[in-house]
Design a protein around this ligand. Sequence first.
Ligand SMILES: *Cc1c(COP(=O)(O)O)cnc(C)c1O
Length: 410
Amino acid sequence: MTRQGGIARVDLPAGAHRDTLAVREGLPRTPWGENSEALFLTSSFVHPSAASAAARFANEEEAFVYSRFGNPTVAMMERRLAALEGTEACIGTASGMAAILLLVMGLLKGGDHVVCSHSVFGSTIRLLQDFGRFGVETTFVSQTDVAEWRAALRPNTKLLFAETPSNPLTEVCDIRALADIAHGHGALLAVDNCFCTPALQRPRELGADLIVHSGTKYLDGQGRVVAGAVCADEAVVDGKLVPVMRSAGMSLSPFNAWVVLKGLETLAIRMQAQSARALELAQWLQAQPQVERVYHPGMSTHPQHALAMTQQGGVGGPVLSFVVRGTGAEAARRHAFAVIDATRICSITANLGDTKTTITHPASTSHGRLTEAQRQAAGIVQGLIRVAVGLEHVDDLKADLARGLATITA
Ligand SMILES: *Cc1c(COP(=O)(O)O)cnc(C)c1O
């Protein structure tokens, strides 16, 4: 089954670069000749005749029918994101979690087995665990130890699921090694590319079969909408995912698709600029006496620095974490809260992917539901602070963090 109402291809010169695709792909103009992408806020589409409606419902004639499974603005976003990821196709979803739900529903059935890093997004872990009720079992393994992934394979393993770099410790996994393991076993590799986006990291080129996105983060880039997408070959998108979307309806709203579509135009320059600020801030933090440890893949001290640099186009990404000193968990937590509360620029929010820098205390927010022992094992200590760096001047961000750090006496 193909999606009804595909959009016309844009006639771009062969070999056009990604920067060009980011602003030009996915804009088939209407007869009005608009220069900016049109927003089609319509739930259904009108047919010229009853016979034509019948043909379209029977999938014998290409046309948009109903926005649960096809809308021109959503199709434009899908075309543009697919071009950036280097996949044949893409399907937009209501959120990042809806993208993962669609992927699981489309690809797996009761009796299948999944191998997943235990450092992926918390809701991803819960969703995969929930699918245990439907007979899909998941084994969670180390983010960085490839041997653990291989050892976890079972005859019924159908999917490997990875996310890199991880949140909040920026641990990097080797996409090409995981793709080789998956393919050697007849399984697929899905990569959540939320933290790097195709501007820095293209999992498809490294062998991944499916790329998952929370469009809520860097693809929108300005913290406005919740959105998601799955990028893959046409056979997977049209054959496995579209039929689920048609009946299950985790559809992306045209308005949210439009916001993401426009966000993609500035994605590459935002990712470069925010990553450069993040690296400078990370290096500055490392030199502060009140800071015990800094996590950022761009730093030469990062355990997977070399891998990150080849896999992420030489860029560490916009997210960093750091641990403030404190004797004992309670003091560390007090110090972390003091640093966060002393900021006047950073937004205190667990969200990320915004031009506005966000700051959060993972141990009491995103990882608050874990036990202290689980947190310790995962490295989510009480002194840990995550910063998702935006576009403010880096000197202002340093001053914002220095204010709280100055109050810490070890
Ligand atoms: C936020 C996030 C998600 C979930 O996306 P939503 O759009 O919030 O549903 C999935 N994976 C990662 C890595 C995320 O950061």
